[in-house]
Write a protein that binds this ligand. Structure first.
Ligand SMILES: C[S@@+](CC[C@H](N)C(=O)[O-])C[C@H]1O[C@@H](n2cnc3c(N)ncnc32)[C@H](O)[C@@H]1O
Length: 343
């Protein structure tokens, strides 16, 4: 299991208030530029605008003749990116929405097909580091975790709704959490004493449960499954699992990839960066299936089966960040990039 940690970039400007300079460092930026091949005049979609890091690099390549449509579910991220990228004028179209509705969104803008599409999945450092969003636990905040704070169930609501077994299953599946049972039990016990609604409260409960489950028994052996040695906080997997569930991040990813492929012109590029092994598996399998739909015998000049392939996979194996990047940006160490070309 790969983890998704936050990284703060401090602006090179000196003497600026730290609050102004929190930035999300775009993961695998050079690789994104390589695979998407942005050129002056290109028409691009960044499906996960976040802090606007990738969008800025792409706009620098395509503006002023090109255009980038930037989509995010999170209104605060859209507002942040809109301010950051305002210098690109009409070349940048920020849009609040769900990338799983990419076709409708492009139709709405009167756009048919585009040259390249990027999806950089997961959570941004801007979100992780804002205590009021509830994604992280470095500072206390409400257990929210919704990308779109205007709709859906919060993480606190999810904890209320699930029973112990359901919670353990969720932590095992989305967090690949070895002590899922012990953590779910500890959370539910704590909830018998009062509501669990704060991030540091939940992190404390999880940390105690993990320590308890991995303490040595009388024989000197661990009573539960020992956590693998890790530099990450014991609650990180629990928070990631809850975030994925709250935002329903895995469902519809396969359909999004297919829709995105149909939004590309022939030769257009699609690039997906994932930070979770389940996500990466969906990306890999969907790319493969869209690249192998045709059942015509090899050598036919045109497809006759009516199931022509949509994509050519450009990265037979996922591309990982360079050691230099992960040293400067620990969040990137779990990134996996896959790219494909529209046929
Ligand atoms: C890893 S961040 C992107 C960071 C961005 N590439 C940058 O360089 O600043 C992922 C973003 O995707 C957004 N997001 C997650 N699921 C989404 C969805 N279904 N539709 C649109 N945006 C989504 C999150 O709100 C978050 O801002």
């Amino acid at each position: 299991m790969r983890m998704n940690n936050a990284m703060i970039s401090h602006s090179p400007k000196s003497g600026v208030d730290a609050g102004e300079v929190l930035q999300h460092l775009p993961a695998m930026a050079q690789e994104v530029l390589h695979w998407l091949e942005p050129r002056p005049g290109s028409l691009l979609v960044d499906c996960t605008l976040g802090g606007g890091g990738h969008a800025e690099l792409l706009l620098e390549k395509i503006a002023p003749a090109g255009r980038l449509v930037g989509i995010d579910r999170d209104p605060a991220s859209v507002a942040h990116a809109a301010a950051r990228l305002s210098r690109f004028g009409d070349s940048f179209s920020p849009l609040r929405g769900d990338y799983r509705e990419i076709r409708d969104q492009l139709d709405h803008l009167g756009i048919g097909q585009v040259d390249a599409i990027l999806a950089d999945l997961g959570v941004s450092s801007l979100q992780l580091l804002d205590p009021q969003r509830g994604f992280g636990f470095a500072a206390d905040g409400p257990l929210d975790m919704r990308f779109d704070p205007s709709s859906g169930e919060t993480a606190a609501g999810l904890l209320e709704r699930l029973d112990e077994k359901e919670l353990a299953r969720l932590l095992r599946r989305h967090g690949e959490q070895p002590q899922a049972g012990a953590i779910a039990r500890a959370i539910k016990r704590a909830m018998e004493r009062g509501p669990v609604t704060r991030t540091t409260q939940l992190a404390g409960i999880v940390a105690s449960a993990v320590r308890w489950a991995s303490r040595p028994g009388r024989s000197g052996r661990s009573l539960g499954r020992r956590p693998r040695r890790s530099r990450t906080h014991p609650a990180t997997r629990t928070f990631m699992a809850l975030r994925i569930a709250v935002n329903d991040e895995l469902s519809g990813l396969d359909r999004f990839i297919e829709d995105a492929a149909t939004c590309l012109r022939t030769g257009g590029r699609l690039c997906v960066i994932s930070f979770h092994s389940l996500e990466d598996r969906i990306v890999k399998q969907t790319f493969r299936s869209l690249a192998s739909r045709c059942v015509c015998p090899p050598g036919l000049p045109v497809c006759g089966c009516g199931r022509s392939n949509l994509l050519r996979v450009l990265t037979p194996r996922s591309v990982t960040p360079s050691p230099a990047e992960t040293e400067g940006n620990p969040r990137a160490r779990s990134a996996r990039l896959r790219a494909a070309e529209r046929l």
